[in-house]
Design a binder for this molecule. Structure first.
Ligand SMILES: CC(C)(COP(=O)(O)OP(=O)(O)OC[C@H]1O[C@@H](n2cnc3c(N)ncnc32)[C@H](O)[C@@H]1OP(=O)(O)O)[C@@H](O)C(=O)NCCC(=O)NCCS
Length: 158
């Protein structure tokens, strides 16, 4: 049995390079997206209820203990943008993503945020369904948003 749970994340720029590499690897294996270390640093994700890490406490602090991340940012007065959300394949479809979503949306709503939005690959129907079940809808297509394909912007109320 793994002892796995969501904990508050730190700013990407404060992580060790090994931890950032682990996140780069997670993105590559689960989304086929290639990120550079410098692009993580530039994201400027704050430490707040929208920055969560899924950790296997038994293997902490090895980089491999990191099983998922949810990174979002405040934007404008009342909105939140999910910048990155990924979970290791072995830990998907077990309710972890839904738990992080519930925690984040409830907390940020309590802090006065009203809307949430994100971008998702047009081909990523599983993620679109995950978001749709949680009240989000596609509001527009963004051509060539990703290196290899178009994206959708999804938006919903908190
Ligand atoms: C999209 C993603 C973050 C969702 O996280 P997740 O942990 O897989 O999601 P959950 O397990 O909470 O929910 C997915 C489904 O699993 C099932 N599920 C939920 N709890 C479960 C449990 N305890 N046991 C088994 N299945 C469960 C449900 O059918 C749920 O469906 P719902 O969305 O209708 O509620 C994750 O699948 C992922 O990392 N995918 C690859 C990367 C990606 O596409 N990221 C999004 C980019 S925009």
């Amino acid at each position: 049995m793994t002892d796995i749970q969501w904990v508050y994340g730190i700013e990407p720029e404060s992580m060790t390079p090994e931890w950032r590499q682990r996140i780069i690897d997670l993105f590559l294996s689960e989304t086929q997206e290639v990120y550079q270390d410098s692009s993580f640093i530039n994201l400027a994700i704050p430490q707040w209820d929208g920055n969560l890490m899924l950790i296997d406490r038994d293997t902490y602090p090895k980089p491999s203990c990191l099983k998922g991340i949810m990174w979002s940012k405040p934007f404008m007065e009342d909105s939140v943008r999910v910048v990155a959300f990924v979970i290791d394949k072995d830990f998907q479809s077990k309710g972890h993503g839904g738990n992080a979503w519930k925690f984040m949306t409830k907390s940020l709503k309590n802090q006065g945020k009203k809307y949430i939005q994100l971008e998702v690959k047009c081909s990523n129907v599983n993620a679109q369904n995950f978001y749709r079940v949680r009240g989000m809808e596609i509001i527009r297509r963004i051509d060539s948003y990703y290196k290899t394909e178009h994206g959708y912007m999804m938006r919903g109320n908190l």
